[in-house]
Design a protein around this ligand. Structure first.
Ligand SMILES: [Zn+2]
Length: 154
């Protein structure tokens, strides 16, 4: 199985760009099935939905479970997200049993896949997804910086 992570992250970055158009922090996520095909994709919709849990990862994992074919288990799936997941999303990826978490930029202020916490590789868990960070990180970071700069009216 060869999964084109660069291309999958490219799609997640497009979704991130869409999120900022409706006022959400630009974060996008894609869930790939075991064969590398796209099962689901989502952007951050926290502001759009007025829902504190509507992070791109949670929305994409939920949608992926509807089509994956193994109930709530995303066996063999890969979560690709533009920013290092928070505690909720890192926890959701463990609960969903994804095989792998791939992210772009590190999030030193809230990241739970190695920066502030390491929720997915806690040895007390019986399921620990493989982690790949730093995929197209600079593009993700640039998008986030521009968004926050615009929000501050600079
Ligand atoms: Zn999150």
């Amino acid at each position: 199985m060869t999964v084109d992570l660069h291309a999958a992250m490219g799609r997640a970055l497009e979704l991130a760009g869409a999120a900022q158009e409706w006022g959400d922090t630009p974060i996008g996520a894609v869930v790939l099935g075991p064969d590398g095909t796209v099962l689901a994709e989502a952007a951050n919709e926290r502001e759009k939905r007025g829902d504190p849990t509507a992070h791109a990862e949670v929305l994409a994992l939920r949608a992926a479970a509807q089509v994956h074919g193994d109930g709530w288990r995303l066996t063999g799936a890969t979560l690709v997200v533009t920013l290092e997941p928070c505690t909720m999303c890192a926890g959701a990826s463990v609960l969903a049993r994804v095989a792998r978490v791939v992210y772009g930029a590190d999030d030193p202020k809230g990241g739970a896949v190695g920066s502030l916490w390491d929720v997915v590789r806690d040895r007390r868990l019986n399921h620990r997804p493989e982690v790949t960070g730093g995929v197209r990180a600079e593009e993700s970071a640039t998008l986030l910086r521009a968004f926050f700069r615009a929000q501050r009216g600079l």
